[in-house]
Ligand binder design. Sequence first.
Ligand code: PLP
Length: 392
Amino acid sequence: MLTKSAEDLFTFAEDQLSALATEFGTPGFVYDLGAARERWDRLRQALPRRVRLAYAVKSNPGGPLLETFAAQGAWFDCASAGEVSAVLAAGGTGRAMVFAGPAKSARDLQAAVYAGARVQVDGIEDVQRLHTLHTESEPLAVSVRVHPASGISESSAIIGGVGPSAFGVDEEDLAVFLSAARVYDRVRITGLQVFSASNELDPGVLLANHRTALRIARTIHVDHGVDLELVDLGGGLGIRYAAHEPSLDIHTLGAGLERLLAEHDWFTGELLLEPGRWLSGPIGVYLTRVVRVKESRGTRFALLEGGINHLLRPLLTGQSFPVAAPGRGGEHTTYTLAGPLCTSLDRVGSAQLPGDLAPGDVLAFGQAGAYAATQAMTHFLSHPAPGQHWIR
Ligand SMILES: Cc1ncc(COP(=O)(O)O)c(C=O)c1O
């Protein structure tokens, strides 16, 4: 049975989880679009008016979810030509779109520019290519991604801290970059992007990083005479992957952003947040059945219908999704959760589950709406792709 503190990790009530597994079959993902709408509204209300929200499509590019956010007036953060097409097909527009990526192909840049998205340049090569691509008389307004030299941290390494980075222009190279960019007069830098931490649960850490972003913005404005209309703070709003973790306090984050705006009264533009995980993670569960249970040299395995071909994140980050056996009680024991692939890498975490798990039992993985279905190694071993089902 789910404990009280674990209930909200699974978006659906415990009895619904078993019913959904029967209705849709397993293995597969089930998403709750009502929960997505509710999260969007809640976050929007917690943030100052001068903070725009763009949904980071990479966290879950499902069409029904993009349609849901587009209907709520969302902006979108895209990272490929494919994501641009998905957003346009869902009713989003290029005017409400930012486009980012450390290695943009010609096709990506064309898709972003033709849609009318604000491109975030990661180096002088992006500026040169946009100068050639952009043919209209008004210069193309873009943002530059900057990788700070100091003043950033993240609790779990996903974006990468202050070390060498594939992303953006190193802060110490910014002056050289800005003067080189001036040569390309069909492109104009009018925005900054700094994104330094993902899955952060502490609003203080997020705000300290945002303070660094605004420090860099002021340098660009004051020392280099660049007018900035947008300071993009990236994503990074974290979610709980375990019952003992705290929830991110979005009201503290909102109040802190309000204070930052007041401190930087030279800045009259807008801030942008690009949350992915916070909006899409808690709206999804992954449902799979136990195929076998096996004891090997002191380790109890539950072998499941799906493994890293459906959920890769635990292997990449070392962090399990929350797992429950809906409707099952009794004494719990530790299981190593393995999938059907012929590699000992095929592990999707470990969990405390009833000691008498049996073939056919349903397991639910919570918080699985983000960085799950499309982050996995779906083609490996040619098993079928997991189903994806949307509850409206
Ligand atoms: C540029 C950019 N924006 C936003 C996000 C979304 O981050 P999160 O899901 O942590 O909010 C990412 C994730 O990698 C990103 O690369």
